[in-house]
Write a protein that binds this ligand. Structure first.
Ligand code: NAP
Length: 314
């Protein structure tokens, strides 16, 4: 068991890294559990980020994350490249256990574990995952050179992925359950102008075909109920996210969808000394910049809490 730290941050997207920058500059020398394989969060699977203020020509998602990490490190953040696998947040001293069995004790904890990919819920989605079913265009797009593939969803993620995938695929079907996209106008226009993208409106994927690899999908028209098969070799699911709050069930107040409930106007949870930020809390805005903003708030809330306990530095 380690000594009692002022602050442990769990999660390494824009919210976790920003919390670390602020906490480290406040001399709290935070420990940040950045994950065993997924350090950097969802932006590590993104291409160009055009709307993060300060980068007029855009910046690649992974580069932005590396810069944030380096900034947090520069001020004294201590990184643990492992997952938090167990937490006890209830008492005055919080305990966090990592995947190697190391335990950390802290007076305050910032939760910044973000969100994971939402799944359609089809049986073949699991068995053919990595064999044609994917949730990450930047990771897997390369494998679909000159092939016909589909993206499912109607939000920014789906439209961005479809546009990106036209670099490789011969044809990209964008399958959406309604006849109107949720994605921002600029992204919609880019996709609509792309000759390789074909929109398939009012349509749900009700089955994925293939035994060892994807060979097609069965589609259902949501208006008429008609079904038909479509041949393709890849299906990219981009239908939103679910909060990564499994560790917290039974300890922290969550809403019905599993998002951590923070007190309005702050990052405080229902447990004293535990703060939450980023996509773990936010199902409305979900932008890199809003995650970074709430990461900053969480660090300031934690700093004030620790000061109220007489702790001003590590
Ligand atoms: P989203 O905005 O929640 O969109 C999810 C899409 O998937 C919706 O079109 C939804 O349909 C559809 N969907 C949900 N469940 C489904 C199901 N079971 N079967 C079929 N379709 C389903 O999620 P997102 O696109 O991942 O975006 C999340 C947030 O990140 C947004 O705030 C977005 O602006 C942001 N983002 C921004 C950028 C960028 O600015 N570069 C890039 C990616 C994401 P309905 O429309 O019918 O509900």
């Amino acid at each position: 068991m380690s000594k009692i730290e002022p602050l442990v941050i769990i999660g390494s997207g824009p919210s976790g890294y920003t919390a670390a920058v602020y906490a480290a500059r406040a001399q709290l020398s935070p420990i940040l559990l950045e994950g065993s394989v997924t350090a950097g969060g969802a932006l590590m699977n993104t291409t160009e980020v055009e709307n993060f203020p300060g980068f007029k020509d855009g910046i690649m998602g992974p580069v932005l994350m590396e810069e944030m990490r380096a900034q947090a490190e520069r001020f004294g953040t201590r990184f643990i490249t492992d997952d938090a696998v167990k937490v006890d947040l209830t008492g005055e001293i919080k305990t966090i256990e990592d995947g190697s069995g190391n335990k950390y004790q802290a007076k305050a904890v910032i939760l910044a574990t973000g969100s994971g990919y939402k799944k359609i819920g089809l049986a073949k989605e699991e068995t053919l995952s990595g064999r044609g079913v994917s949730y990450c265009a930047t990771c897997d797009g390369f494998f679909f050179k000159e092939q016909a593939i589909a993206v499912v969803g109607g939000g920014d993620s789906a439209v961005e992925e479809a546009t990106f995938l036209t670099r490789f695929a011969s044809k990209v079907y964008l399958i959406h359950r309604r006849d109107e996209l949720r994605a921002s106008r600029i992204m919609q226009k880019r996709a609509q102008d792309d000759p390789k993208i074909e929109f398939v409106w009012n349509t749900e994927v009700i089955d994925i075909l293939g035994e060892d690899k994807v060979t097609g999908v069965t589609l259902k028209d949501t208006k008429t109920g008609e079904t038909k098969n479509l041949s393709l070799t890849g299906i990219f699911v981009a239908i939103g996210h679910i909060p990564r709050s499994e560790l917290l069930i039974g300890q922290i107040d969550l809403d019905d969808a599993g998002y951590v409930l923070a007190k309005p106007g702050s990052t405080k949870t229902n447990i004293e000394g535990v703060f939450a930020c980023g996509d773990l809390v936010d199902h409305v805005y979900r932008q890199a910049i809003t995650a970074a903003g709430t990461g900053c708030q969480a660090a300031l809330d934690a700093e004030r809490f620790l000061a109220s306990q007489g702790i001003f530095s590590a």
